[in-house]
Write a protein that binds this ligand. Structure first.
Ligand SMILES: [Zn+2]
Ligand SMILES: [Zn+2]
Length: 256
């Protein structure tokens, strides 16, 4: 499994992009930086796009990639909870802000949308996909992705503390987990459904107690202004747990 981190942050600038992952060049998760990171040719290779929740930083490039597919007379397969469909159709792809790509062209809409049910494993383009509900400010899911050759990753999307229920259902070799803020914002971040290094540490201790191991951990969705603090605190957590944890960056590539 080849994993590219297209966007690793929660705020965009010339140097930071909103969160998006690309697996084996065909499966993308979250659309914070899909069009800004991929050539038209690379975009056309996408077979499926999974979305964790409808916050803007995770759906941002859906209108843009839909236009690109529409102009190619192609269809993009999007998988997400129902709430993502409702938000896109009401607020973005509503015929005012942008064309109704969920409904048009008639008979063959540009977006072929499939509702994902949390807790139910789905086969998508040869991958086994399991969506699990997480603790965020709105309903959100994380995705476990198992490749045809048995490699397993889990990506949280946005999540606050309380991942033990989720841990019970997954066994990833690589965990891509959000860490939005540094520990001086621990309480506010936790209340808003985000993690800090100290909050992540508690979740990883629970994971190890439950599963008897820790996967390789990569953090995403960092707030760029807090990144130096987050990095120092993550190093302390990694040392305490004696397990590798690193911060993702735009263009990072991992192989399983
Ligand atoms: Zn969010
Ligand atoms: Zn977010």
């Amino acid at each position: 499994m080849d994993i590219q981190i297209l966007g690793a942050h929660n705020c965009e600038s010339q140097k930071s992009r909103l969160v998006s992952l690309l697996i084996d060049e065909v499966l993308a998760i979250d659309a914070g930086s899909l069009t800004s990171s991929l050539s038209f040719e690379a975009q056309q290779k996408l077979k499926a796009l999974l979305i964790t929740h409808e916050h803007y930083d995770h759906i941002r490039d859906i209108p843009a990639i839909s236009m690109n597919f529409y102009l190619e007379k192609a269809t993009i397969n999007v998988y997400a909870p129902q709430s993502v469909y409702d938000t896109l159709s009401t607020h973005l792809l509503n015929g005012l802000i942008y064309p109704k790509f969920l409904e048009k062209p008639e008979n063959k809409p540009t977006i072929r949308f499939t509702v994902i049910e949390p807790g139910k494993s789905e086969q998508i383009e040869g991958y086994s996909i399991l969506a699990l509900p997480l603790n965020h400010s709105i309903p959100a899911v994380g995705y476990q992705v198992t490749s045809p050759d048995g490699k397993v990753i889990f990506y949280t999307g946005d999540s606050g503390p309380g991942l033990t229920d989720c841990w019970q259902h997954i066994s990833p070799q690589l965990l891509i987990v959000e860490v939005t803020a540094s520990d001086r914002f621990k309480e506010a971040a936790g209340n808003r459904g985000h993690l800090t290094p100290a909050l992540l540490k508690q979740e990883l201790i629970a994971f190890r107690e439950l599963k008897g191991y820790l996967p390789q951990v990569i953090t995403v969705h960092m707030s760029p202004g807090l990144e130096a603090e987050i990095e120092a605190e993550i190093a302390t957590v990694a040392a305490a747990l004696d397990s590798p944890i690193s911060l993702a960056y735009e263009g990072m590539r991992l192989h399983l």
